[in-house]
Design a protein. Structure first.
Length: 444
């Protein structure tokens, strides 16, 4: 009995002394020796360091190098390149775990490379017949690192005025045309000539073919006016901002604005309330006022005064009843232009407004700006904003969005060919952008 008890107690002690089943117990100390490889050790330099490694510990990084001249300054004419860890090249800010690269006493050697010299370039300006102003310079020198990416050419009368009858078109650099406010990051580095290119000045930026028109009371027939841009007519509708009647901006509910250059339709009820006589109509655009058009409110026609709206066949059109915003949906109504009868109502998604808002911010951005946009609802950009970004290659866009309960961030860098990002339907998904430019999860 005593012998059995002794055997049992011995077994228990062995179990207590042994590690859990499947777990190894191993620990070691390694000496890491630092080799400056010709560099000059600084105040924070250490010749050696002891690294302890235990296989039972979680595999946490032991060391994440981040080169500093306070630790080791480079030899004359050299710059830091990488580390050599036991014969393996390791870049800075790389987590080194003792159970991977360091498995024995190891030497970590600094690797150096020839220091890069900042190259300078000379930009020469050619006024090409323009009148040089007080801020004109014949040439300037740019340093590649310090100045090159910050230089943004921009036409200004204080620099050079257009020749008589001309207006600024673009720059010509090395035979290639380049728009104003374009970052030099997208052109080859080197000596270059910036030649001003002028074009014939348009007599009117916005024009109309509309002849004077007459509205007869009680006809309820709307008046329609059309305007177009003399250059880049595809921008006409997007740049439209308001409408003036007799010099006063009127409410958007009193007219329809439709795409097709720009088509303005004054509704019959508004025309009915206007006094007889001549009136003026003028559209206002973001980049200037449109031409003034004259129309006349004529004498009343049948039916007799005081009668109601006569029977008619409804003439329905879609009209924006409530403007959408980047966060709130709007509403469109299918309304009769003659009597105001509403047949259908349709929700306008805020997606269009989201892209329009971004396009407006891109257009108004300062040279070299980064535009930040945040959304919990949308997952892509549309041609409205992408086309505007294509015109401003000096601008970058940072997008903060939500996907499957997590927040991510993607940056479209300056100089990107934004038009090439669109698919066949004009969209560019945020995840697609992330696959091209990198996607960062936002953990805060």
């Amino acid at each position: 009995m005593k012998k059995s008890l002794v055997i049992l107690m011995t077994a228990v002690l062995l179990v207590l002394m042994l590690p859990p089943l499947g777990q190894r117990v191993f620990a070691a100390e390694y000496t890491v020796t630092w080799d400056p490889n010709g560099g000059t050790p600084g105040q924070q330099w250490k010749d050696t360091e002891i690294v302890t490694y235990s296989e039972t510990a979680a595999p946490e990084p032991w060391w994440t190098p981040n080169y500093s001249e306070e630790v080791c300054a480079p030899p004359a004419g050299m710059a830091f390149d990488a580390y050599d860890v036991g014969g393996q090249r390791v870049a800075a800010v790389t987590a080194i775990q003792p159970n991977s690269l360091i498995k024995q006493d190891t030497t970590i050697k600094y690797l150096w490379k020839p220091a890069e010299t900042a190259e300078t370039f000379t930009l020469t300006f050619d006024a090409n017949g323009g009148e040089k102003g007080p801020d004109w310079v014949d040439s300037m020198t740019l340093t590649e690192w310090a100045d090159w990416c910050d230089f943004l050419p921009h036409q200004n009368d204080s620099v050079v005025k257009a020749p008589a009858g001309k207006e600024f078109d673009c720059y010509e650099v090395g035979g290639q045309k380049m728009a104003a406010v374009t970052s030099t990051k997208i052109i080859p580095k080197g000596d270059a000539v910036f030649r001003y290119i002028w074009r014939d000045k348009s007599s009117e930026l916005y024009v109309t073919d509309k002849l004077p028109d007459i509205y007869k009371k009680k006809s309820l027939k709307p008046l329609i006016f059309k305007f177009r841009r003399s250059v880049s007519d595809d921008l006409t509708f997007d740049l439209f901002r308001s409408l003036k009647i007799d010099g006063v901006v009127i409410d958007r509910k009193l007219y329809f604005a439709r795409k097709g250059s720009l088509e303005i339709e004054l509704i019959g009820d508004y025309l009915e309330a206007m006094p007889d006589g001549d009136h003026t109509l003028q559209p206002v655009f973001e980049d200037g006022d449109g031409p003034v058009v004259t129309f006349t409110i004529g004498e009343k026609s049948s039916p007799a005064a005081g009668a109601g709206v006569p029977w008619h066949e409804h003439d329905y059109v879609w009209q924006v009843e409530k403007e959408a915003t980047p966060t709130i949906d709007g509403e469109m109504i299918y309304v009769c232009r003659k009597c105001g009868s509403v047949s259908q109502r349709l929700t306008i998604t805020g997606y269009v407004s989201f892209n329009k808002d971004l396009a407006d911010r891109i257009r108004a951005a300062q040279p070299g700006a980064e535009i930040k946009v945040e959304t919990d609802k949308w997952i892509s950009l549309y041609a409205i904003s992408l086309d505007e970004l294509a015109k401003r290659p000096d601008v970058s866009v940072k997008i903060d969005f939500r996907h499957q309960g997590k927040r991510y961030e993607v940056v479209i860098p300056a100089g990107t060919d934004a038009a090439a990002l669109k698919d066949e339907n004009g969209y560019a998904g945020f995840l697609f952008l992330g696959s091209k430019f990198g996607l960062t999860e936002i953990t805060k």
